[in-house]
Design a protein around this ligand. Structure first.
Ligand code: NAP
Length: 267
């Protein structure tokens, strides 16, 4: 299937690894020009080089530019660096890693403000900076990587549960604004359990709290999943690319869960 987005420009946050990397990869393989962002310059350049090589070696690939900006996307200075490179993004994937796990009794105001900055206010700033240009050009896709915890909260992820619920409420309204009639869609992708460094960190935190080994925590978690395996960043990226495609034009304002069937509800 031709996704019809070759030649578009995408901004992908948290793109050096994990789910952001999966999204950058799937878009680039579709011929979308991608600006990849993360803080660690070395890992970012290595991931960009790997992706350029994969695109060059792919028979189906339509040529795409792959650029990098090494910065903290959660800061105004970082976002200024990104928009100094270019302003007219057609696709924006908001993502900046997740907040730490912990016990809510230990979180002070500053901890909450950092989580809100990273997981609610940064996506809103990126949306604010790009959607009017998208509307003027008649095409735009906002994808926010949130979490299955928005539907099924996890106690030790209270910072994530809270901040992402705020973003979800904002997007629910903005997606249904006058932008919708101008070809701009906004959706949240809700990952369940995907095999990334972040997940390994969560397993390590649970292991520390329970006295089990991280390997045991991982094995128990997998055994409890309907699919009996973790999701992959490549699968996540493919879903993202479809929602960003011309075929995704009628998907708007949704919270799209991708969790291998873990969510236990009927709806
Ligand atoms: P990951 O493997 O740890 O990758 C995070 C990426 O974001 C890295 O490229 C990291 O690079 C970058 N990053 C982190 N903070 C940044 C910042 N301030 N500015 C720019 N880049 C930043 O994480 P992941 O598993 O892909 O998770 C992505 C998102 O999905 C997170 O919000 C996570 O909470 C959420 N999520 C993941 C899962 C899962 O199963 N993996 C499940 C539910 C929700 P640098 O550190 O070099 O900046």
């Amino acid at each position: 299937m031709d996704l019809g987005i070759a030649g578009r420009w995408a901004l992908v946050g948290g793109a050096s690894k994990g789910l952001g990397w999966g999204c950058a990869r799937a878009l680039a393989l579709e011929g979308v020009n991608v600006v990849m962002v993360s803080r660690g310059a070395q890992a970012l350049e290595a991931s960009a080089a790997k992706l350029r090589a994969e695109c060059a070696g792919s028979a189906a690939h339509k040529s795409a530019e792959i650029l990098t900006v090494a910065c903290d996307i959660t800061t105004a200075a970082g976002r200024a660096q990104i928009f100094a490179l270019r302003q007219d993004y057609d696709i924006v994937v908001t993502n900046a890693g997740g907040p730490p796990t912990g016990d809510f009794r230990t979180w002070e105001r500053d901890t909450w403000l950092a989580a809100l900055d990273a997981n609610m206010l940064t996506p809103i700033e990126l949306i604010k900076a790009t959607v009017d240009g998208m509307a003027a050009r008649g095409f735009g896709r906002i994808i926010n990587i949130t979490s299955s915890a928005v539907k099924s909260p996890i106690d030790i992820l209270g910072l994530s549960n809270g901040a992402r619920s705020g973003l979800t409420g904002f997007v629910a309204g903005a997606a249904r604004s006058s932008l919708a009639a101008k070809g701009v869609t906004m959706n949240n992708l809700l990952p369940g359990i995907f095999d990334t460094d972040r997940l390994a960190g969560n397993f390590a935190a649970v292991a520390k709290n329970t006295g089990k080994s991280p390997e045991e925590v991982r094995a128990n978690r997998i055994a409890a999943l309907p699919n009996k395996r973790l999701g992959t960043p490549e699968e996540f990226g493919a879903y993202c690319a479809f929602v960003c495609s011309v075929h995704g034009a009628y998907i708007n304002g949704q919270n799209l869960l991708m969790d291998g069937g873990s969510y236990p509800g009927t709806f």
